[in-house]
Design a binder for this molecule. Structure first.
Ligand SMILES: [Zn+2]
Length: 917
């Protein structure tokens, strides 16, 4: 291939015009604003303020016949046994409510709290009779629930009147564990540790609000090396400091009936052969390699280490709810993690290779639970098997539930492995899904085994919002939560971990979860929803229920695909630039810190075509907007109620996120076909695309107004920052204006002159099939077109050297999910489309090794139906790669993108099969 050819190919379009706006398409990366700092997180201040009470009493209403009149006030007798004084906060709340309702707090109708025998903690009864109101429970937490329920009964009535009778409630769900919305995640890049600073992440008003929402647990992140003392290693010099803050946190939260749970991923094992504990106790180590050794649970010493660790922390911090430990599937907590949950084999460890895998897990989990109970008999242990994969799990995973040791609660993701039909095709998703009711077959199957062996289950789910859209405080879809929780009692679920780092802001979803824990499901979904809406929306509850149903209906159309969640557009498209000229720039992970998103939308489309995603996002958006119209109509009535106005603003913001995602995908769908149109038709399409850009300017501008009124919008708790914000939205408006001022006129001028424009990103290397060998550092490669197939040869330069190649191929716009192919000079080959490729190794007379790979026309069809050109790259040697296009930055290349592997559209060149482009 000659340089003249490149020039000719890429020189078809005119030079970009001047940039009039402040932010040009050429400088978008450099000008991408940092999000606002912590000072702008004003929601933290909101959480420190008491939640205002709301009354919906009707003016001048009188008690109905038989109703009891409370207008003379209530006199509350605090006689319930309460050694630790944990009910003081609940009585104070009732006092505040009475003051707000202007009801006297002495000499009124009597309210007594009395102890009765109950079979479950937190169960209670409220007995209303002409003699008085009795709050009956067996423990303080039952009284707390009764107090909150009584407040709600009075607030939701027409006036200070109550019907006589007895209301009883009993939770089927024991542990309802969420997390501080703004607490440090103890992960890179900030690595903030909440036990090492002096910030109070649990202000009283926030805890009171959580308690009202039925929350009785909060988890926070720890690492054993920071907080444990064992006979195996020296404790951290900061251990006491951390334990002291932990004790203070436990005591403070207990005053609201909330227990602290410690989340960890232990035992962590060793990352260096020089680790002092490994050197002193080599017997702890099992499977792994020199820079990563796992701890072997089948070694007696390891069991002792685990036991001492959990015993220490539970004995040092009295009153902990317990421990939640990822014991399989994340960074590695035993030899079992060297296998992975998809492979059907045992660990490569002298001990673990001799016993079934369930026995290896049981060995570590038994030691965990024994240590917890030895440290504090009231603490609990939850073993979390984090298996987010959308791929099938190995058969041995389904043996684990039947072999859990005593005192272990088993936690599984409620939806991982979800299967759902969308547009008449089954789609499979991993990780967490609020838009999919569940449980996944995986959860149900493991729960069934656990139940048969008397092991209680914990469901890991996302109550507030999930990776589908996590830049919001919560997704108001309580009908979906109702349907999830309705499945749980039959699955022996006794605990719910309600969130990862996000999905935990107080609000209607938390409230729904708290009520569902006490729901017997004898009534209908609508009855539940009306009762949920009434305390906040009064007589407008029915309209709100209708809005929620539209929201739920729309949200269920969310494209079920893990990559669409993790890199997808539903989080922050209103700050995405749009590229008219193909840029082949990557998308950014939604949960991390990153630059602006690019145009390689195919990265997020592993389960759907772009056409399908456009259809689904349109359905989502239309249905959502029906619900929003119902809420918006209530705004004038709730003009003085900030909480409800925030709810309405949130619904509008989510509607903008969905609409913007739909617009963006429609824009790129239209762009994909633009270059095959006649110049006259292309000009018409250009006008339609211009309309999308103008609509997106309006969306960004409107969302900026909403952000100014609500600092929760755009905040992603795992990124510990805003993914969209006023400054980024303003920046995006400038980017789009620049697009309209530069690239659009340039294209229009070409079309008006009867010319088409180039479909390729500027400045990329190209290779035309049939143009011979291309030299890389350690190998060379060439490609020929044979019929519709492309035949690729890769050949090493050094005699006898072996090559391990990876190549990525997609359409010229990266609008279709890429094809990853790994192959080697030994003839091994695997590919992400699983089309059954064959790699044929060969040896040259000079003794160098090569491999021939045939890409069949049927596989290539998905990327260019006319078979003319593909975005493409190839490299040898894993992370320190020798690559084409030459000059790909190796440090950048080394960044593995989880489910996107090493796909780097910004580094791709083009493989051309036809010179006539
Ligand atoms: Zn082992």
């Amino acid at each position: 291939m000659t340089s003249k050819f490149v020039h000719c190919l890429l020189g078809m379009c005119a030079v970009a015009g001047g940039t009039s706006a402040a932010v040009s398409m050429r400088t978008i990366d450099a000008t991408w604003p940092e999000p606002p700092g912590e000072a702008s997180w004003t929601f933290v201040e909101d959480l420190k303020k008491p939640l205002p009470f709301a009354l919906f009493w009707k003016d001048g209403s009188a008690p109905q016949p038989g109703q009891i009149d409370l207008s003379a006030g209530l006199s509350v007798k605090q006689r319930f046994p309460d050694e630790k004084g944990v009910l003081k906060t609940a009585y104070a709340d009732l006092d505040g409510f009475l003051a707000f309702a202007k009801l006297a707090r002495a000499d009124g109708f009597s309210v007594t709290a009395e102890q009765v025998a109950t079979d479950v903690s937190e169960s209670y009864a409220i007995d209303v009779s002409p003699k008085g109101i009795r709050l009956l429970a067996g423990d303080t937490e039952g009284i707390r629930r009764a107090v909150f329920h009584l407040e709600e009964l009075i607030a939701a009535a027409d006036g200070p009147f109550l019907k006589p009778g007895v209301i009883s409630r009993k939770p089927w769900l024991k542990n309802r564990i969420t997390r501080c919305f703004f607490g440090p995640i103890k992960r890179p890049p900030l690595r903030r540790d909440e036990l090492m600073d002096d910030v109070d992440y649990y202000p009283d008003a926030y805890l009171n609000r959580l308690a009202h929402e039925g929350v009785n647990g909060l988890w926070l992140s720890v690492e054993w090396k920071d907080i444990t003392k064992t006979s195996f290693r020296e404790p951290s010099p900061d251990m006491e400091r951390r334990l002291a803050k932990l004790r203070r946190t436990v005591e403070k939260c207990a005053r609201y009936g909330i227990k602290i749970w410690l989340y960890s991923n232990e035992p962590e094992g060793f990352y260096s052969p020089d680790d002092p504990m490994l050197k002193a106790h080599p017997e702890l180590a099992g499977a792994g390699w020199s820079s990563r050794r796992y701890i072997c649970p089948n070694a007696e010493a390891a069991q002792q280490f685990i036991f001492e660790s959990t015993r220490w922390v539970c004995s040092q911090v009295p009153g902990l709810g317990g421990l939640i430990n990822i014991s399989l599937g994340e960074h590695g907590s035993s030899c079992l993690d060297s296998v992975g949950v998809e492979a059907d084999r045992r660990p490569d460890c002298p001990r673990c290779s001799r016993v079934p895998n369930w026995q290896t897990l049981a060995a570590s989990q038994g030691a965990m639970a024994r240590g917890v109970k030895a440290g504090d008999p009231n603490a609990e242990y939850i073993c979390w098997l984090y298996m987010p994969s959308w791929k099938p799990l190995a058969p041995w995973v389904y043996e684990l539930g039947a072999h859990m040791p005593k005192d272990v609660t088993l936690q599984i993701n409620f939806e991982s492995g979800a299967v759902k039909y969308q547009l008449d095709r089954p789609r499979v998703g991993g990780d967490y899904w609020l838009s999919f009711v569940g449980p996944s077959d995986r959860f149900a199957r493991i729960a069934g085994q656990a139940a048969a062996h008397a092991t209680p289950m914990s469901a890991k789910l996302q109550v507030g919002c999930s990776h589908e859209a996590a830049t919001i405080p919560f997704m108001p879809v309580p009908p979906l939560l109702y349907r999830k929780y309705r499945e749980m009692p039959a699955l022996n679920v006794t605990s719910v971990m309600q969130c990862w780092y996000f999905g935990n802001y107080p609000g209607v979803m938390n409230r729904a979860a708290g009520r569902l824990a006490f729901e017997d499901f004898s009534g209908s979904e609508d009855e539940f929803l009306r009762a949920l809406a009434r305390p906040e929306w009064g007589g407008d509850a029915d309209a709100v229920v209708q809005a929620w149903k539209h929201f739920a209906e729309g949200f269920q159309r969310f494209p079920l695909s893990t990559r669409f969640q993790w890199w997808g557009p539903m989080h922050a498209t209103p700050v995405w630039p749009l590229h008219l000229k193909p840029a082949l720039k990557p998308l950014q992970p939604t949960w991390l810190v990153g630059g602006p998103c690019g145009d390689a939308i195919g990265e997020a489309l592993d389960n759907h075509t772009l056409d399908e995603a456009v259809i689904l996002s349109r359905q989502m958006s239309e249905e959502w907007n029906k619900g929003f119209a119902l809420l918006q109509a209530l705004a004038p009535k709730f003009a003085g109620n900030r909480e409800r106005l925030l709810d309405i603003g949130l619904a509008e913001a989510i509607g903008i996120q969905f609409a913007s995602a739909h617009n963006m995908m429609r824009f790129y769908l239209m762009r994909s076909g633009l270059y095959d149109l006649s110049p006259a038709d292309a000009k018409k399409r250009l006008s339609e695309m211009e309309e999308i850009v103008r609509a997106e300017i309006r969306n960004s501008e409107r969302l900026a107004e909403l952000c100014a009124a609500d600092s929760r919008l755009g905040f992603h708790s795992e990124a510990e920052r805003h993914q969209y914000s006023g400054s980024r939205l303003a920046w995006r408006v400038e980017v789009l204006k620049d697009l309209l001022a530069t690239e659009f006129p340039e294209y229009r001028a070409a079309f008006e002159a009867g010319r088409q424009v180039s479909r390729f990103a500027e400045g990329r290397a190209t290779y035309a099939c049939g143009s011979g060998w291309t030299e890389c550092r350690t190998y060379r490669w060439r490609a020929e077109k044979e019929g519709g197939d492309v035949v690729l040869k890769a050949e090493m330069k050094a005699p006898k050297a072996a090559g391990n190649f990876a190549m990525y191929l997609c359409d010229p716009f990266a609008a279709v999910h890429f094809w990853e192919i790994r192959f080697s000079t030994s003839g091994s080959v695997s590919d992400s489309r699983e089309v059954g490729l064959r790699a044929e190794p060969y040896q040259t007379p000079e003794g160098t090794r090569g491999v021939t790979l045939r890409l069949p026309a049927a596989g290539l069809q998905a990327y260019d139906s006319s078979g003319r050109a593909y975005a493409f790259n190839i490299f040898n040697g894993g992370l320190n790669a020798d690559n084409w296009p030459i000059g790909m930055d190796e440090t950048d290349l080394g960044k593995y993108r989880l489910a996107l592997g090493l796909f780097k559209p910004q580094k791709m060149g083009y493989l051309l099969t036809s010179r006539g482009l």
